[in-house]
Design a protein around this ligand. Structure first.
Ligand SMILES: [Ca+2]
Ligand SMILES: [Ca+2]
Ligand SMILES: [Ca+2]
Length: 190
């Protein structure tokens, strides 16, 4: 009889101490979730993944152009070396100045100095991609040598995964350890 009474009393609700313990546990779980999932790093990885994909698509289009066109021109009529950046003042190239030009046209007047529209099958790209941030720090860049028909594409990595853990920018065979570089230039040292 006495025991049943006690149980009824216990079922009335949580004590303040119990509530505090539950709140503390939830706070710890929330902190762990943020540390494990790390939404900022996750978004950076998504943008880096897009950068790698964007430059691969542009490289594919340029390589198609080089193997298809009889007299290719990777500097759109500019003599010697030429370079374009979509934004920003930082020059990722060593031997050519970088003209800022964010034009996305694919006829050689955009930031990639190749007339994709001259391909008989039409341009594989409808517009040139832009860096998902495209500011003074994160932007795409293109450099090419007019006589050798060599080129390189650059992008800045942002996430710990791409920039440090997998070191996309350091292990690309290029001359800039803090830029992700791809292209057909032998040492990627344009
Ligand atoms: Ca790195
Ligand atoms: Ca590099
Ligand atoms: Ca380079």
């Amino acid at each position: 009889m006495n025991k049943i009474k006690k149980d009824k009393g216990a079922a009335k609700g949580f004590t303040l101490l119990e509530l505090l313990i539950v709140i503390a546990i939830l706070a710890v779980l929330a902190t762990v979730a943020v540390l494990v999932i790390n939404p900022v790093e996750y978004l950076r990885q998504a943008r880096d993944s897009q950068r790698v994909g964007d430059l691969a698509a542009v490289k594919g289009a340029i390589d198609l152009y080089l193997t298809t066109v009889s007299t290719p021109d990777v500097t759109a009529g500019v003599l010697g070396n030429a370079a374009r950046c979509t934004a920003g003042a930082t020059n990722p190239f060593t031997i050519t100045p970088c003209t800022v030009s964010a034009t996305r046209t694919v006829d050689g007047t955009g930031w990639v100095l190749v007339s994709f529209s001259s391909l008989s099958g039409g341009s594989p790209l409808t517009t040139l991609p832009l860096d998902p941030i495209n500011d003074a720090t994160y932007f795409y860049a293109y450099a090419a040598n007019e006589t050798a028909n060599t080129y390189e594409l650059n992008a800045k990595m942002e996430s710990v995964k791409f920039g440090t853990d997998q070191d996309f920018d350091g292990k690309d065979g290029g001359d800039q350890p803090t830029w992700y570089e791809i292209g057909n230039d032998p040492a990627l040292n344009l």
